[in-house]
Design a protein around this ligand. Structure first.
Ligand code: ADP
Ligand code: MG
Length: 706
């Protein structure tokens, strides 16, 4: 219809022109009519209410008042600066209007003793209220204007405001746009869907989002547009997933061979939890099919993901394929390697699996052999860090790639792995940062998701407390008691890039005072931090793991994965400086053995509301998913995923946290439609498909692996 009109460059809109056009492009990425149309208000101001001056409070909120200006003066402020002050009155009292900019022009245009409607934020100075740079309109004009009572507030930038492009100007431009296009915006959703969900038409939605006629219509407009936004995202993610399953052939792991069976029957060190069994089944289904697996395995710290990974790799071996397991740090990779060796080589060594470790510190001579074995196929399992991704590392037939702690690996790295085999390997991404399912669905709609939602039996929930620094003596006493029982202790200091030096000093000071308070020969203290050489770090970790030291002082290098079951107390210093998920990860370092474990969050007295919520949440629950939900609420999804994925979350109107119910519906319907009509070729889907294709062209930001 007038889709083409929406392609018109923005400067052609009456009232824009080249200069404003430039600004709109640079500041708000508005290039075309269509971009402006999709600039939705952040909020709305209710202009149905008029205040009297004697009703004003110091709430700093925006109010609207009817009255007259009875006096204008210029007040010198020194240094050649001045402000313009007008006395504004109604029948209940008087207040001041203040201008700092454009004083000359304003002074000339203000009229004394006529009735104005003023609008703006009021602040109180002593007994007087004042309003700086009010919006000002003659009552007569105000009455006759067609402006809706719910006034939109558009996103803006400092530059735009300085150049006079405020919300009201944008609203005027929007009116002009509706005028020029005659508001003939075409419908994008199938009629049946509109009927089913009782959505208002696209036209009405766009009109009411910009010029709401009532609260009710505004709510309907918002729902409609949020749904549409989420729906098209889901449509893309799900169709991509379907395409992958159809088109991308995977190596079918059809056999359940000797290694898997033997391990399962004879070498499992414990009974698998039901959750582990369930997940293993889901993965085996994928691996057995002819489609390539692309699965996210979520499981809280300590939920037992490693054994699942191992069994998948055994399955690969049984089907004649190599596999690799990547971890984000050397410590972790090494620990995985040692752990797997132990699992595979216990007692009767009937399992014959060749497994090797590749990290930055692997010796050249070892490397050479490793490369050879990889290429001639005698190496079954490769464990490693990013080093695995180097071009020199070539597999004979990589069938399965497992990535631990996915959030540390970028998109690029994943695609590098992908390219290491002629037919794409199956990919299993394991993460201990639980992402609420709704969010995971929208971020990883192209991945299938498995969840280990149960911890191995016999774990005692970790007891968490919050203590102020002033109670340190009591905390130290507690630590000594625990050490006397034979337990070991972590004390963690924050290390945050920006203030690395100061953090480092904190750590060193901490080390000194702890060494003083826990003196040799009764106690011995280890320390690891980022500035140490890997070998030294490794050696310190080893001493602690072997029980030779009582206390491990560390920065967050121990954050991920380290396993020392005898460590039962985690003290987190300056806990207010850690994010919630980080706190939870750190806490997960304890509670791995049979003993009751503790986590002590140390902070100063001054705490923000958010920090209090974080600490309370930690004290209240051990459930990683619950914690992730709170984290999501506090920080917003963009932060949680890191900048890398935040592009996906550049939503125009929907909010993944607040609108998760709409997201559920959108996903459900997208799946249904694609099942019925995978190519979206039914007549009623034509328009929808057009929009879909248009969007796919624009936003392929969720291409993780391609
Ligand atoms: P994560 O999911 O954090 O990687 P791990 O795989 O390291 O967890 O497992 C944590 C600990 O729990 C390990 O010591 C592991 O041996 C143990 N474990 C895993 N599964 C079970 C189970 N089903 N029963 C008992 N212990 C288990
Ligand atoms: Mg792990």
């Amino acid at each position: 219809m007038n889709m083409n009109l929406l392609e018109t460059p923005i400067e052609y809109l009456k009232g824009v022109g080249p200069q404003r056009g430039d600004l709109l492009r640079k500041e708000l990425s508005i290039h075309k009519y269509g971009d402006l149309l999709n600039l939705y208000p952040n909020r709305y101001i209710d202009r149905t209410r008029y205040y009297k001056i004697n009703q004003l409070t110091n709430s700093n909120s925006e109010v609207q008042i009817v009255g007259k200006i009875i006096h204008i003066k210029t007040v010198e402020q020194g240094k050649g600066k001045s402000r313009l002050v007008a006395t504004f009155v109604d029948e209940t009292g008087q207040m001041e209007l203040v201008w700092f900019q454009g004083q000359k022009w304003i002074r000339e245009s203000l009229k004394l003793n006529v009735v104005y409607v003023i609008f703006g934020k009021v602040t109180q100075f002593g007994a007087t209220f004042n309003m700086a740079h009010p919006e000002l309109e003659l009552l007569e004009t105000h009455k006759s204007s067609l402006r809706s009572a719910m006034q939109p507030v558009y996103p803006s930038t400092e530059k735009l405001t300085n150049k006079g492009i405020n919300s009201r100007v944008i609203s005027k431009l929007m009116q002009q746009l509706f005028l020029e296009t005659q508001a003939l915006f075409s419908e994008t959703l199938p009629q049946s869907l509109i009927d089913e969900l009782k959505l208002i038409p696209k036209n009405a939605a766009l009109f009411n989002i910009h010029f709401p006629k009532s609260q009710d219509l505004l709510a309907k407009a918002q729902f409609r547009l949020k749904f549409e936004e989420l729906f098209f995202i889901q449509l893309q993610l799900i169709s991509k997933n379907l395409i992958r399953k159809h088109k991308i052939k995977g190596q079918p792991f059809e056999k359940v061979g000797t290694n898997f069976t033997n391990f399962y029957n004879n070498h499992l060190p414990f009974e698998l939890t039901n959750a582990q069994k369930k997940v293993l089944k889901e993965i085996r289904n994928d691996l057995g099919s002819h489609a390539q697996m692309n699965r996210l395995l979520q499981g809280d710290v300590g939920s037992g993901k490693t054994i699942v990974a191992l069994m998948c790799m055994l399955l690969a071996k049984d089907n004649g394929f190599q596999s690799c397991l990547m971890a984000p740090t050397e410590i972790l990779a090494t620990q995985h390697y040692n752990g797997l060796i132990e699992l595979l080589n216990n007692e009767n060594k009937s399992l014959n699996i060749n497994i090797k470790l590749l990290t930055g510190s692997t010796k050249t001579s070892d490397r050479k052999l490793l490369h050879e074995e990889l290429e001639n196929g005698t190496l079954d399992i490769l464990i490693g860090t990013h080093a695995v991704l180097e071009d020199k590392v070539q597999f004979q037939n990589l069938g399965l790639a497992i990535i631990d702690e996915q959030h540390r690996f970028g998109v690029e790295q994943r695609s590098k792995l992908w390219r290491k085999a002629s037919i794409p390997p199956h990919v299993l991404v394991m993460t201990a940062t639980p992402i609420p399912r709704t969010l995971a669905m929208s971020l990883y709609g192209d991945l299938d998701i498995s969840v280990i939602d149960e911890l191995p039996p016999g774990r005692k929930p970790i007891q968490t407390v919050h203590r102020y620094d002033s109670h340190r003596l009591q905390v130290w006493k507690f630590l000594k008691d625990e050490i006397a029982k034979g337990r070991q202790i972590y004390i963690v200091y924050p290390l945050i890039q920006e203030s690395e030096k100061m953090d480092f000093k904190d750590l060193m000071d901490g080390y000194e005072s702890i060494s003083r308070d826990f003196p040799l020969p009764t106690y011995s203290v280890s320390m690891v931090h980022g500035k140490m050489k890997p070998a030294d770090k490794e050696a310190e970790m080893k001493r602690f793991a072997e029980g030779k030291t009582n206390i491990m002082i560390a920065t967050t290098v121990i954050e991920v994965g380290v396993n020392v079951p005898n460590a039962s107390v985690m003290v987190i210093e300056s806990a207010e400086r850690f994010g919630l998920s980080q706190l939870h990860q750190l806490r997960g370092r304890v509670g791995r053995g049979a003993d009751q474990s503790y986590c002590i969050l140390m902070t100063g007295f001054k705490l923000s509301e958010d920090t209090k919520t974080r600490l309370e949440t930690m004290v209240r629950t051990n459930d990683g998913f619950e914690i992730a939900e709170v984290d999501l609420k506090l920080r917003g999804p963009g932060d949680i995923m890191g900048t890398q994925q935040s592009g996906v979350l550049n939503l125009q109107i929907a909010d993944l946290v607040k609108d998760r119910d709409i997201l559920q519906v959108a996903r459900h319907i997208a799946i249904r439609i694609l099942k019925e009509d995978p190519s979206m070729s039914k007549p009623e889907h034509v328009k929808m498909k057009e929009v879909f294709i248009e969007l796919t062209k624009k936003k392929n930001i969720w291409n993780y692996i391609s």
